[in-house]
Design a protein around this ligand. Structure first.
Ligand code: ASP
Ligand code: MG
Length: 488
């Protein structure tokens, strides 16, 4: 059995939580010690930055751009102090504590020098921003590796690059080059696992082919964990965080929203792009087509000391993700802050290439289109974009870059997407009718409907002010809050 355990920032925030994370990883490592050389066993830990650190680093980038030398310096030393504070409370043994503090000082010194340089120039490129942002994880892995050693579990702290993850050079949004990464990760981690050492890998950041630091987008440690799991042929990935499993709806909107006990890889992928930022949107990609299972859970409130690894998680609120799941509807998600544009024009009817021109022009401007629909009458094409790209989208379309076929644009600026997600819609008759009925009984007007032929996602665009009512209607119509009824 081979296991990857990822801890999010909140679950590493403070010495008691780092110690708890170490206890969880150590318990797994005890159970999965290699029986013989070459056996496919072992535990790998992946860390996000300690809660709030990446946000502080992002704020530091803004300060550096403003040449705020003082502000940049004090932000760097606040980050260093917070980590030193955790280190002092984390380790009792004097020598180990000194070694950890000096490792943290090494990282913090480099961070301070970099921040200082950037603030003096007042220019931060995407490449240098990524380098700066990577320090959160670089500091976090030192804490967890030392905490593991203190538990008697040999561990080694590695950056994503050192662990073998190679990405393209899309700074800020880099994508792993999986074929190369597979070899490199196996080479970097394999011997360590065989030796019974736990690699503690920094999430979120990696390197490109020139060895320059890249990051994979906010929440990227989820992605790191699944990339590594795919590369070392793991059996399971644990996503440990304070929020527990994937929810049947946004609990801020739907009061009886509950964790969904079990979903498939593709359902989890659909769910991760919606609502609360629970998983990195690409984190499921490396698992598609594999047998690798994922457990998304919060730590158990008070596990007994040296309990087996599985008892370290609160399974009552967890979500298990596997290759398949029951054919049911899993959640009613809400995605707010969008806008709808209805593109009209008589000349569009029967005119090949209209859609290509519209989407081509939007793509050139870097506008991402989230929902698309066109009636068979072809008299209009309706699209939904994020509200912060609405101005750009409308300007682009008005400037006539779409070839003069567009006659007019109707814009609805405050739109939410409410979607049902789950394999239970596939080939099941009547789901759409029930969904539409439930929404209309709440007197919500539906602006647009889409369902791809994969039938995993039935989505409605509604006015933002109607979105809570629509989500509640769908959630209760399909009893989505009761999927875990009866589980311990
Ligand atoms: N530390 C990074 C962030 O805050 C990556 C992560 O937490 O997954 O976005
Ligand atoms: Mg996260």
């Amino acid at each position: 059995m081979r296991l990857v355990i990822k801890h999010d920032g909140a679950s590493l925030d403070g010495a008691p939580r780092v110690a708890r994370a170490a206890a969880t990883v150590a318990a797994a490592a005890r159970a999965k010690r290699p029986a013989r050389a070459g056996a496919r066993t072992g535990t790998i830990a992946v860390c996000a930055a300690v809660g709030g650190t990446t946000d502080s680093l992002v704020a530091m980038v803004r300060r550096a751009e403003r040449r705020d030398l003082e502000g940049t310096r004090s932000a760097a030393s606040a980050i260093a102090d917070a980590h030193r504070g955790i280190a002092r409370r984390l380790l009792r043994e004097e020598g180990a504590r000194k070694r950890l503090l000096s490792e943290l000082d090494g990282e913090a010194g480099e961070l301070a020098a970099l921040a200082d340089g950037l603030a003096r120039i007042g220019e931060v490129t995407r490449r240098s921003a990524d380098h700066l942002l990577s320090f959160g994880e670089r500091l976090a892995v030192r804490l967890l590796a030392h905490a593991l050693a203190a538990e008697g579990t040999p561990a080694v702290a590695l950056t994503g690059g050192e662990a073998g993850i190679l990405t393209d050079s899309g700074f800020g949004e880099a994508r792993p080059l999986m074929d190369t990464t597979r070899h490199r990760v196996a080479r970097a981690l394999g011997p360590r696992l065989e030796a019974g050492t736990v690699p503690v890998v920094g999430g979120f950041a990696a390197v490109d082919q020139h060895g320059r630091t890249t990051t994979m987008g906010r929440g990227g440690s989820d992605y790191t964990a699944t990339v590594i799991a795919a590369c070392v042929d793991a059996d399971e990935v644990w996503m440990v965080g304070e929020r527990g499993g994937l929810m049947s709806a946004d609990p801020r909107i739907v009061r009886d929203a509950a964790p969904v006990p079990s979903v498939s890889h593709v359902e989890a992928m659909e769910m991760s792009t919606f609502g609360e930022r629970q998983l990195h949107p690409r984190a499921l990609e490396p698992l598609l087509g594999t047998r690798i299972r994922m457990t998304i859970a919060r730590p158990a409130p008070a596990p007994p000391r040296r309990a087996p690894a599985a008892r370290m998680l609160d399974m009552g609120t967890a979500t298990r993700v596997g290759p398949t799941s029951a054919k049911t509807i899993k959640c009613a998600s809400t995605l707010r802050h969008n806008a709808l544009i209805d593109v009209r024009g008589g000349a569009m009817v029967g005119e090949p290439g209209t859609a290509a021109r519209i989407f081509g022009a939007l793509a050139e401007e870097g506008v991402n289109v989230m929902m698309i629909s066109q009636n068979p009458s072809e008299s209009s094409i309706t699209i939904v974009v994020r509200r912060d790209s609405l101005d750009r989208a409308v300007r682009t379309l008005e400037l006539g870059r779409a070839g003069g076929t567009i006659k007019g644009l109707d814009v609805v600026p405050n739109v939410a997407i409410v979607a049902l997600v789950g394999s239970g819609m596939r080939g099941t008759i009547g789901v759409a009718a029930r969904a539409l009925g439930a929404v209309s009984r709440r007197r919500v007007n539906i602006l647009m409907i889409t369902q791809g032929s994969s039938e995993l996602n039935l989505a409605f665009a509604v006015k933002e002010s109607d979105s809570a009512a629509a989500a509640r209607a769908l959630h209760s119509e399909f009893s989505l809050g009761r999927q875990g009824a009866g589980r311990k």
